[in-house]
Design a protein around this ligand. Structure first.
Ligand SMILES: NC(=O)c1ccc[n+]([C@@H]2O[C@H](COP(=O)([O-])OP(=O)(O)OC[C@H]3O[C@@H](n4cnc5c(N)ncnc54)[C@H](OP(=O)(O)O)[C@@H]3O)[C@@H](O)[C@H]2O)c1
Length: 253
């Protein structure tokens, strides 16, 4: 069985590569930049925006885990138009595994709307697929929202909630799906705890012995409300075991 991992330089792509190194699968990886330490894996350049290299990337491949994404730059062209073009080439694929995000139809973010459109394109295609939605990765929350204190303060919307999950555990879950039948949209994959961003910031301060403080602010609008209401969480699917605290403490994922 030959596996293709797209987005091999990203957070999820890197975690997938790390874990596939110990497997018996023949693995091919693709991205625009070449990932480091790919060992005996084949790497193929491809660009979902221009379509360059895609035919080579998908050649002789049975299963694809599609971890390529572009949340900000050219997002519509990559998540939807480029994705549709990509799907049109995949009639030979036995299983297309698509990671998505919990709550995308209830959260008014452009990127999430595009992810939902992509889910629908896949659902309406004839390609055997599994779509799994995950909650935000621990590293995503840490690096995006808790990386830059301002004058010794994390100025954050403290009441928004996350159920962050280990990217490594999610990668393991996707790899487990390779040998299963395609399941269509399957159960969500959430982290072990639902926490406010304030609680996450306070934990980071404690674990790293930081002198920073938290300045929690309120924001207007539906986007803020949807995160405050926890639309990005899945209470009944606390599947991941590695907590945010363990992620911060051990830097394991
Ligand atoms: N981050 C989260 O918290 C989270 C949570 C749940 C689900 N997910 C989903 O998990 C998947 C992976 O997310 P991630 O956070 O790992 O993404 P990421 O770190 O931003 O990585 C994106 C990958 O896509 C590649 N890429 C970007 N533009 C490209 C293009 N034009 N053509 C080909 N490849 C391109 C990048 O590689 P190059 O730049 O080298 O091409 C990179 O390897 C996404 O579907 C995302 O929606 C993410």
């Amino acid at each position: 069985m030959r596996i293709l991992v797209t987005g091999s330089t990203g957070q999820l792509g890197s975690a997938l590569l790390n874990q596939l190194k110990g497997s018996d699968y023949k693995v091919k990886v693709t991205s625009r930049r070449k990932p480091e330490g790919i060992g005996h894996f084949d790497w193929v350049y491809s660009d979902l925006l221009s379509g360059e290299g895609l035919d080579d990337a998908i050649k002789d491949v049975d299963v694809i885990i599609h971890a390529a994404t572009s949340p900000i730059k050219n997002s519509k062209n990559i998540e939807v138009t480029g994705f549709e073009n990509f799907l049109s080439k995949l009639q030979h694929i036995k299983h297309f595994i698509y990671p998505s995000i919990v709550g995308i139809e209830e959260i008014p973010l452009k990127y999430y709307k595009l992810k939902y459109e992509a889910e629908e394109l896949l659902r309406n295609s004839s390609i055997p697929y599994t779509t799994v939605r995950a909650t935000q990765f621990h590293g995503f929350v840490e690096n995006l929202l808790l990386s830059k204190p301002l004058f010794k303060r994390y100025v954050i919307p403290g009441s928004i909630k996350f159920q962050s999950v280990s990217v490594g555990e999610f990668a393991e879950h996707l790899i487990d799906l390779i040998n299963k039948d395609p399941q269509g949209r399957t159960n969500d994959f959430g982290g072990p705890d639902i926490m406010t961003l304030r609680e996450m910031a306070e934990l980071k301060i404690k674990i790293n012995n930081e002198t920073n403080k938290v300045l929690s602010i309120s924001l207007p609008g539906k986007l803020y409300k949807s995160f405050r209401d926890g639309k990005n969480t899945c209470y009944s699917r606390k599947v991941g075991k590695i907590t945010f605290e363990e992620h911060l403490g051990n830097k394991i994922d």
